[in-house]
Ligand binder design. Structure first.
Ligand code: PLP
Length: 406
């Protein structure tokens, strides 16, 4: 287990008070900012002067004080020098990859990733001359053997969506350093729990839409990285975040910032419940997959990577073997037992469940789904923190019994 404490790091950064000493920061809604000394304008445009370097905030597609406050907190949480907040997780992923890769470049990616990211790498980026080779995330040799002279990025999700396969971040980081590549990690499933940057990841991405916001009411993302990479992304003339415009709104930044202080409490509780329920399911001989179970093939690996005290995450999967059985189970769980909601996404305070193969991974062809270990009957459950744990266990057990799975 790692000794890094995201909470401690988050308390070290400067506290932002609101106007009149408000305990909550004020929302800075200006789209443009006044340059007090006209002579500084040219230097602001070259990047020689920035909001924290003798310049000022210029324009909110570049930097905005409220969004910048959230970015600093997320950088502290992820142990990176800096961060850029974006309008969605996909905006964070596409801006990062298009910043690093140009026409003719190549990426080696895990094959078990969110369907939207898979489509970006497999369908859209090849149209821009950027190819991707997909390999199993647990196979370090396959990553290294797929590297070509034009490879620029190794791409993984810490805990892969939806198979929950775990990437060996220290192992991948060694390979990335040896071949002078960037290791880009999507850490959406494991905020606070795992800190990829301390194990050598160069860029850490989140869909803030999920656990970090936690209320399923905003779409947002973040790129946590070095100061140099932020300057590249934000270069007024060439930066992908400037030219593609994946900008986060100040009000969204404020909303997310208000929920960050209880992220630890939520993650710990999501993890405690997911562990208890998956242990119970294992005892009932249900085909359950959860990284916290010793039966998970990479349980030891994830245990060596997690920060102490946050658990193993709030997501497990149940293999129902067929789409029909998966739908029957979800129907009972939502419409009879009120156990949770049939909805895509994850990290909400209530339980969300979906059949990944025909929903969030439907961009991936069936035969590729099979190769990545995704069965058509796999139900992904993002376990919520509402209701009592014992009631939730009873509801789940009853539904499993009714559909004949136990
Ligand atoms: N990364 C992962 C692991 C996801 O599950 C998702 C969405 O489900 C994304 C990225 C995309 O995030 P967003 O919907 O915020 O664009």
């Amino acid at each position: 287990m790692q000794k890094f404490s995201p909470e401690r790091e988050m308390t070290k950064i400067r506290r932002e008070f609101g106007e009149h000493g408000g305990v909550s920061p004020s929302i800075s809604r200006s789209s443009t900012f006044t340059v007090m000394d006209p002579k500084t304008m040219p230097e602001i445009f070259t990047g020689a002067r920035g909001p924290h370097k003798g310049g000022c905030f210029l324009y909110s597609r570049h930097f905005n004080p409220t969004v910048d406050t959230l970015a600093r907190e997320l950088a502290a949480m992820e142990g990176t020098e800096s961060a850029v907040c974006t309008a969605s997780g996909m905006a964070a992923i596409s801006s990062t990859l298009l910043q690093i890769c140009k026409n003719g470049d190549h990426i080696v990616s895990s094959d078990t990733i969110y369907g939207g990211t898979h489509a970006l790498l497999d369908q859209l980026m090849p149209e821009m001359g950027i190819e991707t080779t997909f390999v199993h995330p647990e196979n370090l040799e396959a990553f290294e053997n797929s590297i070509r002279p034009e490879t620029k990025v190794l791409y993984v999700e810490t805990v892969g969506n939806p198979t929950l396969k775990v990437a060996d971040i220290p192992g991948l980081s060694k390979i990335a350093k040896k071949h002078d590549l960037k290791l880009v990690v999507d850490n959406t499933f494991s905020p606070m729990m795992i800190t990829p940057s301390i194990m050598g990841a160069d860029v850490v991405i989140h869909s803030l839409t999920k656990y970090i916001n936690g209320a399923s009411d905003v779409i947002a993302g973040v790129i946590c990285c070095s100061k140099d990479f932020v300057f590249e992304l934000m270069d007024l003339h060439t930066g992908r975040c400037m030219l593609l415009g994946p900008t986060m709104d100040a009000r969204t930044a404020f909303d997310i910032q208000q929920r960050l202080p209880h992220l630890r409490v939520r993650m710990t509780e999501h993890g405690r419940r997911a562990m208890a329920i998956s242990e119970k399911l294992q005892g009932l001989n249900v085909d359950v997959n959860y990284p916290g179970l010793t039966s998970h093939p990479q349980h030891e690996l994830i245990t060596s990577m997690i920060n102490e005290g946050y658990g193993y995450g709030g997501i497990f999967t149940i293999n129902c073997n067929s789409t029909q059985k998966a739908e029957e189970l979800m129907d009972k769980l939502q419409n009879k037992e009120r156990f949770g909601l049939i909805a895509v996404s994850l990290g909400y305070f209530d339980t969300l469940m979906s059949c990944s193969s025909s929903s969030t991974s439907s961009e991936i062809a069936q035969e590729k789904q099979k190769r990545m270990g995704l069965s058509p009957g796999l139900v992904r459950l993002s376990i919520g923190i509402t209701g009592t744990l014992s009631d939730r266990m009873d509801q789940l057990e009853r539904a499993l019994r009714e559909v004949g799975m136990i």
